[in-house]
Design a protein around this ligand. Structure first.
Ligand code: SF4
Ligand code: SF4
Length: 500
């Protein structure tokens, strides 16, 4: 028994509700109907973050919870970065609960732990975990959980630390080989598991024919059903989260989980995994090729390269070209799952063949590695490219003040990399952000200013350091260019972001 035992196997994900913002009354009502229908169908675990569905998910839930007496459990989520201290966590939890019209929630989720370092920061005295413990002692939450995105070995350490009663992890046919040890560790410690991304972030639904190998007869050829069943088949998994955007989608998944699987779970897992290994060109992530004498994490590169087997999806506000969409998928995976950023586009492989001899899938690893380095060079995904960009933009320009807009992960990285590459700057960094909640706060020792202060502070240059919204921000800064302030963008066309 875990803290997630006894819930309906389908959990309601609320990140894709059909509502676009506070003025979308129709979308709001449709979303409320979806939540009510889910509860009616027996779904009783509701996953929510304060910014889900254009920040509207808490409001949708508030309205739905007001209209029903059906039982449900939900959570407050607090993320390191956005919040840092125990007090921040208490404030965030209160805001989150108020937005949902609740006084307490079953779970406190330490949200999106990306690395062992993040975990340590959360666990520091006075940190977010301390805030969670306080809320638990006061009866505001009952269980402390986490959503983990770190490399699998670090997830296992976090699970084995005993800090969390339940975890939410990404698990699907696409990452099963690496994630099974994580699920095994959770099972051994009786830590509840809720699975996110059971459809591989949409890849399985978009490539149904490709994934039809995962189907057995009772699945009726529906790869989505087979993938959902697969995600639930591991004995550690209590809940599979389905992000729903329509009632039909919800009813389909709920009906699936209302009936028992005709295939025994163990048999389903083994059958699907062995068929997966039979797919041409697919890296299972088994890591048999590890131990490259040049230190190349061949297994990570090859696993990320699987993206090329599928149609690419638009992401990060980019609709194309196709090569960029592939690069976004490949390097996002390498950034988050392997922490891999090459020093340069120069491939250090000496073609010794060790990796290919060990590959269980008989893949052309040498060519695969070479392709990833080639792509990294083209997409600006190297330390050398970052250094060259900062040098081109900032070194020897005679600036006294350099504005970074917006403040956040990119601006922190720019400041850190500049110091690492070139030492302390001869100019002053000035941070700007349009979010009024940040004004007057400091980020890494630099005060965050409102954009309205640009004229008064008069930086020589403003560097637009975001990826998704760089066009909009650069456009909004045009009037300052007319006043002689140089407006530059951190990224060039065809590049992937410095921070994903
Ligand atoms: S062939 Fe290249 S990538 Fe493979 S193990 Fe040898 S050096 Fe490493
Ligand atoms: S051995 Fe082959 S299948 Fe396994 S991780 Fe390496 S490249 Fe992928």
């Amino acid at each position: 028994m875990s803290v997630f035992s006894g819930f309906f196997p389908l959990g309601l994900g609320t990140s894709r509700l059909p509502v676009s913002g506070p003025n979308d009354a129709e979308g709001l009502e449709q979303s409320v109907e979806i939540v009510l229908r889910a509860l009616e169908l027996g779904v009783n675990y509701v996953d929510v973050g304060h910014n889900y569905s254009a920040g509207m998910a808490p409001r949708v839930l508030k309205e739905a919870f007001r209209r029903t007496k059906r039982p449900f459990s939900t959570m407050v989520k607090v993320q390191y970065g956005e919040d840092r201290t125990a007090d921040d966590a208490l404030r965030r939890a209160e805001l989150h609960l108020t937005a949902m019209g609740l006084e307490r929630a079953r779970f406190f989720t330490c949200w999106s732990i990306w690395s062992w370092e993040d975990f340590q920061r959360i666990m520091e005295p006075g940190g977010i975990y301390e805030g969670a413990e306080k809320l638990k002692a006061e009866g505001v939450v009952e269980h402390i959980c986490a959503s983990l995105h770190a490399p699998p070995a670090d997830m296992i350490r976090m699970i084995e630390s005993g800090a969390f009663e339940g975890v939410t992890v990404s698990y699907s046919l696409l990452n099963a080989a690496q994630m099974r040890p994580v699920l095994d560790a959770a099972k051994a410690r009786n830590v509840g598991v809720a699975v996110m991304n059971p459809l591989g972030g949409g890849l399985i639904a978009q490539n149904r024919a490709f994934f039809s190998f995962a189907c057995c007869e009772p699945d009726g050829g529906d790869a989505v059903h087979a993938a959902l069943r697969f995600a639930k088949a591991h004995p550690a998994v209590d809940i599979v989260l389905g992000g729903v955007s329509s009632t039909e989608e919800l009813e389909d998944s709920a009906a699936l989980f209302s009936a028992p699987d005709a295939e025994p779970p163990e048999a389903r897992m083994e059958r699907a995994l062995s068929s997966l290994s039979g797919i041409q060109g697919f890296c299972t992530g088994c890591k048999y090729c590890a131990g490259c004498p040049k230190g190349i994490p061949t297994y990570a590169l090859m696993k990320a390269r699987n993206a090329l087997l599928f149609d690419p999806a638009a992401s990060y506000n980019r609709q194309g070209p196709e090569e960029l969409l592939y690069d976004l998928q490949i390097f996002r995976k390498l950034y988050y799952e392997a922490g891999w950023l090459p020093a340069s586009g120069e491939n250090p492989c000496v073609r010794c063949g060790k990796c290919e001899r060990a590959c269980t899938q008989k893949l052309d690893v040498i060519e695969g590695v070479s392709e990833i380095y080639r792509r990294a060079e083209q997409a600006g995904y190297t330390e050398a490219a970052h250094k060259a960009r900062l040098e081109e933009l900032l070194v020897g320009k005679g600036c006294r003040k350099v504005g970074l807009y917006p403040s956040g992960g990119f601006s922190r990285l720019v400041i850190r990399l500049y110091r690492e590459f070139f030492g302390e700057p001869a100019f002053e960094w000035v941070l700007f952000n349009s979010d009024e909640k940040t004004w007057g706060r400091t980020d890494e020792g630099h005060v965050i200013h409102a954009p309205q202060e640009i004229g008064e502070l008069c930086p020589d240059m403003i560097l637009v350091c975001t990826y998704r919204f760089e066009e909009e921000i650069a456009r909004s800064l045009r009037p300052y260019a007319e006043q002689g302030i140089l407006i530059e963008k951190l990224h060039r066309k065809g590049e992937v972001p410095w921070v994903f």
